[in-house]
Write a protein that binds this ligand. Structure first.
Ligand SMILES: [Zn+2]
Length: 107
């Protein structure tokens, strides 16, 4: 079983990763400013892809922050819905998940 400190490290590492990715996406957006119209039409499509990536990264960041909050109040690893202990293997794969497998399946 992984210690809470290990889980926290895992979450913090993932968070740093995502923050770097979001920053990269924003830098990419900025670099798209001040181009001529033709170029902008081409880039509009890739901007949409970037925006999707940015959204999912931000959503995951919110989940990680919530998980870190649960680490702080000692409820990490418990399902927020039913209170069951979330399986280790599940936390290995999805360290920020707030739900046990059963509750996640029911959502
Ligand atoms: Zn549950």
């Amino acid at each position: 079983m992984k210690s809470v400190a290990e889980r926290r490290n895992q979450l913090e590492a993932r968070k740093a990763d995502l923050l770097a990715r979001v920053a990269g996406i924003e830098a990419e957006f900025d670099s798209h400013d001040a181009k001529d119209w033709e170029e902008m039409a081409v880039e509009r499509e890739s901007d949409e892809v970037l925006e999707d990536l940015g959204q999912s990264a931000r959503q995951e960041l919110r989940m990680i922050d919530a998980a870190l909050g649960r680490v702080d109040d000692d409820s990490y690893g418990e399902c927020v819905k039913c209170g069951a202990t979330i399986a280790e293997e599940r936390l290995d794969l999805l360290p920020a998940t707030p739900f046990c497998r059963d509750c996640a399946a029911r959502l």
